[in-house]
Design a protein around this ligand. Structure first.
Ligand SMILES: Nc1ncnc2c1ncn2[C@@H]1O[C@H](COP(=O)(O)OP(=O)(O)O)[C@@H](O)[C@H]1O
Ligand code: SF4
Ligand SMILES: [Mg+2]
Length: 358
């Protein structure tokens, strides 16, 4: 179970925004994201496809294309990460902070042996000699639970199953003993049994190494069981953040509420994936100054269309970006008003809405 006793601040992200100029206009992928992560803690980031989860992660890892316009601050263990990026500091990414991606082939080179790729990481960042790097590489394969690690060390990625390849990627990410691991949908490409093994492995490594984890996932059940805290993203913003039990038992943002209502009603929603919520997806290109969930929100009132609600609340407790939070008196009143007039202030018809709060 998650340990909530973490206190030393490790990562601080302040008002982070990322824009991509394109021929169709400026894509506002991340809009004023702020969060903190304590040493050894785990943060789950959930949200529909396109909500800015990967761009946030890639910003932390300095992996954005040159065209990206970034503003805001990122501090990691006292270092200004954006300054490190400007100064092209080596041996930071992949050493202090490492990342694993959804598709292992994003990180693995198909024409190099798995072991070579791990030992190259060790030799480049930690200056290990060839023999030591091989030795440590095999130890890493063993650590991540790969059977016959010596044999696997000398195999090519295509000779391994998807689950084993993802373990190799985890071994590579762990090679330099990072204090923060960012896992972007690490189990989307594998089946449920392998998924459990990989997530158990990440849990174990967190405990053994005191490593912090940012786990990006579509799977609300995974976030609930594996993370100390969850941030829900919508249209490039964090719209709700809090402890899993608070979010699941008493969702306040209408989007979180709708997400939970759209989950299959099983007794144990362990592998429940996000289902589409009715209404148009958010506009990320030159968006208007309004709540981006307004076109889909059953609670929307006139003021939701006039300004963007900011995330507020008590850091470390719960934060919500909404003028009429669901499951509150104010939210219920807004819902009743919309029901009475048959539509929301944004024009959404109330009649056949499935995801209705109140
Ligand atoms: N290099 C890029 N150029 C233009 N738009 C981009 C680029 N990378 C990501 N985006 C856009 O940013 C938005 C957020 O993407 P992403 O963070 O990948 O979403 P997700 O939450 O699914 O991980 C999407 O609309 C995506 O199309
Ligand atoms: S109630 Fe208003 S502010 Fe809250 S999510 Fe709905 S549209 Fe946005
Ligand atoms: Mg993504």
């Amino acid at each position: 179970m998650p340990d909530n006793s973490h206190s030393v601040k490790q990562l601080s992200v302040q008002n982070l925004s990322v824009r991509f100029p394109t021929v169709r206009g400026t894509v506002c992928a991340v809009n004023g994201v702020s969060f903190e992560l304590s040493q050894g803690a785990s943060l789950g980031i959930v949200g529909e496809s396109g909500s800015g989860k990967s761009v946030t992660a890639r910003t932390l890892m300095n992996l954005l294309p040159r065209s990206a316009e970034v503003s805001g601050g990122v501090e990691f263990e006292g270092a200004d990460v954006r300054r490190l990026a400007r100064e092209r500091v080596k041996h930071f990414w992949g050493v202090k902070m490492a990342m694993i991606f959804q598709d292992p082939m994003t990180s693995l080179n198909p024409v190099k042996k798995c072991g070579t790729q791990i030992s190259e990481t060790l030799r480049y960042h930690l200056k290990r000699d060839r023999k030591t790097a091989r030795h440590e590489g095999i130890d890493l394969l063993n650590l991540v639970g790969i059977p016959e690690p010596k044999k696997r060390f000398d195999q090519y990625p295509h000779e391994l199953s998807g689950g084993l390849r993802q373990r190799v990627v985890i071994a590579m990410a762990l090679a330099c003993d990072p204090s923060l691991l960012i896992a972007d949908e690490p189990t989307t490409a594998v089946d449920v049994t392998v998924q459990k093994h990989l997530l158990d492995l990440l849990d174990r490594l967190r405990k053994e190494r005191g490593m912090s984890l940012i786990l990006i996932t579509h799977d609300l059940g995974v976030a609930r069981r594996r993370c100390d805290e969850i941030a829900v993203m919508y249209a490039g913003r964090i719209v709700e953040r809090g402890k899993p039990e608070d979010l699941f038992e008493d969702p306040r943002h209408p989007y979180t509420d709708a997400l939970l209502r759209s989950m299959p009603r099983l007794n144990t929603p362990i592998h429940s994936r996000l289902e589409a919520i009715g209404g148009p997806p958010p506009e990320l290109i030159n968006p208007t100054e309004q709540c981006s969930f307004a076109p889909r929100c059953t609670l929307a009132q006139a003021d939701c269309l006039q300004s963007v609600p900011q995330l507020s609340g008590v850091i470390g407790m719960r934060e919500i970006a909404c003028f009429y939070p669901a499951n509150t008196k104010r939210g219920r009143r807004a819902l009743a008003k919309n029901r009475a007039r048959g539509k929301t202030a944004a024009g959404l018809q109330m009649s056949a809405r499935r995801h209705t709060s109140g």
